[in-house]
Design a protein around this ligand. Structure first.
Ligand SMILES: [Zn+2]
Length: 416
């Protein structure tokens, strides 16, 4: 069976098959980590864990969490489960905060990365006939390569442009008839802006799908992007620590959340402060256990992603994998102001509903929201923020083009 067929088969596993794989792989990975990673052996011993007593995923809460700080402390490869000879590449987790960490891959990990990304391609209907333009950077950051591996595997027409000059991106879209654009979530609106300056109407181009990830983005922003491109925008999750873009799941066709590839990743939602496991529907931090990664599987990894479990029932789209809500933000982007907790995406929802595309939130003694848009919008936006979030920030309307544009992740939140 080739990778494309394997990916297609993986998408359609039944609940029974998923549970069987999940339990079997979970038992195996706990033992694998214990026997092959000195880090996990020490950690489990310190916590008094008998790995033979771990029988099913129900036992996951007996195991300790793994946190990003431990990945930093064990730089460069001290958490690895394989010898250096078995490693074929590394990528780096930048995240939005702190020092980067290195994630190693075996050949098997790279093949798995392709296969899981191909599940997303299959659901989105992307095939060898597509012209796929990759705008995330190629390098230690995983974005560019993740898309590339899968696009190459299906013999699509790949344009590996990387994070280039936006005018060039548009030129290539026009000249080569790009049909699929892969990007960070904030980049398409920048492309739209430059296209307008160049007199290019994106709606007349053959772009029909956008795969967007790497940062949280709201439904309101999705509407703006889809309108600008006359195309469908898909949310593609993925965390470098879990193997990169496209590994953990993909957006449901019905747009009711993200399906988690539970045969490869076990997902829990915990209270970010207490670590207590939360019930379905409750918002908290996503915790991942990678079930099939070889070089550096992580057990109960605190991702910092904020979400909640939506459903464990079979979905309208026919998939039997559980769904989680699209990522709302990162725990370290949470702002607490006068007792109110909110994320930049909460502000984005309100601003985007007024057609605002570029904004920045400054958090200091008070909250200052800078946005590119007309001053006349200020009273209505203030009223909405007060109503939905319960406080009144300062608003600063700016002229178009004032805020810095990013080709990667946008800087939405500034703490001063
Ligand atoms: Zn679905």
């Amino acid at each position: 069976m080739n990778l494309v067929e394997k990916a297609k088969k993986g998408v359609h596993l039944t609940r029974k098959e998923i549970d069987e794989l999940k339990n079997r792989r979970f038992r195996a990975i706990v033992k694998y980590a214990f026997w092959r990673s000195p880090f996990y052996r020490r950690k489990f011993k310190e916590c008094g864990i008998d790995v033979d007593s771990i029988k099913s995923v129900e036992d996951v809460s007996k195991l300790p969490f793994t946190v990003k700080q431990e990945l930093r402390e064990n730089y460069p490869l001290r958490m690895c489960c394989v010898s250096k000879e078995e490693i074929v590449r590394v990528q780096m987790s930048g995240g939005t905060t702190g020092q980067p960490v290195i994630i190693p891959y075996t050949r098997g990990d790279v093949e798995k990365w392709k296969e899981l990304m191909l599940r997303a391609f299959y659901i989105a209907g992307i095939s060898s006939k597509d012209v796929i333009q990759i705008t995330p950077a190629f390098g230690l950051w995983n974005g560019g390569f993740g898309f590339h591996f899968a696009a190459d595997a299906i013999d699509a027409f790949v344009i590996p442009l990387g994070a280039g000059n936006t005018r060039n991106q548009i030129r290539f879209m026009v000249d080569f008839g790009t049909t699929v654009l892969c990007a960070t979530a904030s980049y398409p609106l920048r492309i739209a802006e430059v296209a307008e300056e160049m007199g290019v109407n994106l709606r007349n181009l053959p772009v029909s799908k956008l795969l967007l990830g790497a940062e949280p983005w709201t439904e309101e922003m999705r509407k703006q992007i889809e309108e600008a491109f006359g195309a469908k925008a898909y949310d593609i999750p993925g965390l470098t620590e879990m193997g990169g873009v496209g590994t953990t799941g993909f957006e449901c066709k019905e747009r009711c959340g993200l399906h988690v590839w539970e045969d490869n990743y076990l997902v829990e939602v915990v209270d970010p402060e207490t670590g207590e496991v939360l019930e379905e529907g409750e918002e908290g931090e996503l915790v991942y256990t990678s079930l099939t990664r070889e070089a550096m599987p992580l057990i109960r990894y605190r991702s910092g992603e904020v979400s909640s479990i939506l459903s464990r029932e079979e979905c309208e789209c026919g998939l039997e994998y559980m769904t989680v809500r699209r990522i709302k933000g990162r725990t370290d982007d949470m702002v607490i102001y006068r007792g109110v907790k909110f994320y930049p995406s909460d502000i984005e929802s309100i601003l985007a509903s007024y057609g605002i595309k570029h904004y920045q939130i400054e958090v200091g003694n008070g909250i200052l929201i800078k946005f590119e848009g007309d001053e006349s919008l200020v009273p209505s936006i203030l009223k909405d923020i007060k109503e939905f979030l319960g406080f009144k920030p300062k608003l600063l309307p700016l002229k178009h083009g004032t805020l810095e544009r990013s080709k990667g992740k946008a800087k939405r939140l500034i703490r001063v």
